[in-house]
Ligand binder design. Structure first.
Ligand SMILES: Cc1cc2nc3c(=O)[nH]c(=O)nc-3n(C[C@H](O)[C@H](O)[C@H](O)COP(=O)(O)OP(=O)(O)OC[C@H]3O[C@@H](n4cnc5c(N)ncnc54)[C@H](O)[C@@H]3O)c2cc1C
Length: 378
């Protein structure tokens, strides 16, 4: 029997495992490895931080994929040997007929001196409870939401966090101000100036400060430092610089971009039968900007790879491709969300649009989570 080894049990890995089992059932052995024991959608972290809903409410055990015949292993991947389609997992070398690398992005707090001491690492679920407590205890002053590197996961998420923080602080009648900064030239470079302007106008309308082209050099007690300039804060919610996990950086899979390079439609790496999907990759769009790192894209890439592997195992010519079409939500408070949707592979620029903020979009955002939890975990 053919074996597929999936490294990582996030959006991409789970979608790959499910689709392989749908296509090939017992004709394929699927091993999925993750050091975590559960899945959770990314935006849960922002909801938990502002006290909207706890992290645990959106967590599902990965081992429940055993019920569809996936061999889920909770373990650490210590090395990847792409030329052998194998990986070393808790000391054991596991070989496969196809290898899917879906290991996401790692948060590199040490890249910014002072980050660990002075910022809350709000993309790290382990730091969210501490950040939520600090936010709950906050009695007023300046909240700074800082993007410390790019690319980072879900580009609208820091702005979404600003809207949610603003809503909660207003409800508590606190005297507070909120500022967001980014090293990028605009809020959402992948989708261009017009849509970035719309987001920045909305921030301004809500009284939220926005600073582009701000690359922090360090953080000291009470202030983010940008060379000569300083931005004081009372509470710093930080998005740490991202990089591929160490095991991927040491695997020989990382290219010039600093991320895993692969074909943007077939998702094949330069190693035979080795695929890379999701946040661990970097796909450059026609406008020279990277494809946003998003769960929906990781999922679609996983389904594409599963289809291609299944076709190959069945002796057919693989035809499935990743199209770069997708959407993501931008919650703005008041139970409403905007949606950014379109074709990111369009040339010369993504054909994307930003919808109005509506309650219907917010409902869709909630069902984005509930539908996946139901379909994937039963
Ligand atoms: C605040 C926030 C809001 C977001 N909102 C949205 C949204 O609205 N829509 C959307 O589409 N996306 C959203 N995202 C982005 C989304 O969460 C990611 O893009 C998505 O999780 C990427 O999927 P992935 O499979 O590539 O990686 P991941 O889901 O990160 O999975 C990678 C897995 O690999 C495992 N791993 C890594 N290294 C090892 C190792 N050495 N050994 C064992 N296991 C390892 C990790 O434990 C992890 O489970 C959001 C993210 C954040 C932070």
């Amino acid at each position: 029997m053919k074996r597929v080894l999936i490294l990582g049990g996030g959006f991409g890995g789970i979608a790959t495992a499910h689709r392989l089992k749908q296509r090939l059932a017992d004709e394929v052995e699927v091993i999925m490895v993750d050091r975590r024991d559960h899945f959770m959608v990314g935006f849960r972290k922002s909801w938990a931080l502002v006290g909207e809903s706890p992290l645990e409410a959106g967590q599902k055990p990965l081992e429940s994929l055993n019920r569809i015949g996936v061999d889920v292993r909770r373990a650490t991947i210590e090395a990847i040997q792409p030329d052998e389609k194998s990986a070393t997992i808790d000391g054991e070398k596991v070989q496969a007929d196809a290898l899917v690398v879906a290991l996401g992005a790692e948060l590199n707090t040490s890249a910014v001196p002072g980050f660990a001491e002075h910022a809350f690492n709000v993309y790290d679920p382990n730091d969210v409870p501490r950040a939520a407590k600090a936010f709950g205890d906050f009695q007023g002053g300046r909240v700074v939401i800082g993007i410390f590197g790019a690319p980072y996961k879900c580009p609208p998420a820091p702005y979404e966090l600003a809207f949610l923080v603003n809503e909660k602080l207003k409800a508590r009648s606190l005297k507070a101000s909120i500022d967001v900064f980014t090293p990028q030239p605009m809020s959402l470079p992948a989708v261009g100036k017009a849509m970035s302007d719309a987001v920045e106008r909305r921030l301004a309308d809500d009284g939220i400060g926005f600073s582009a082209n701000h690359k922090a050099t360090m953080i000291e007690k009470g202030a983010v430092v940008f060379g000569e300039e300083k931005m004081p804060f009372d509470l710093l919610l930080g998005i740490a610089p991202h990089r591929p996990p160490t095991v991927v950086r040491e695997s020989g899979l990382v290219g010039q971009s600093g991320w895993v390079d692969m074909d943007k439609r077939t998702l094949a790496t330069s190693f035979a039968d080795v695929y890379a999907i999701g946040d661990v990759t970097q796909i450059m769009l026609a406008n020279g900007k990277p494809l946003p790192k998003a769960g929906l894209f990781a999922e679609q890439m996983g389904e594409t790879v599963a289809e291609r592997i299944a076709s190959k195992f069945m002796g057919e010519e693989p035809s499935a491709t990743f199209t770069g079409e997708g959407y993501c939500f931008l919650e703005v408070g008041g139970g409403k969300a905007m949606m950014i949707e379109g074709n990111f592979y369009a040339e010369p620029d993504p054909l994307a649009r930003l919808t109005d903020a509506t309650k219907a979009n917010m409902d869709e955002k909630r069902s984005f989570e509930s539908q996946r939890l139901r379909e994937w975990f039963g």
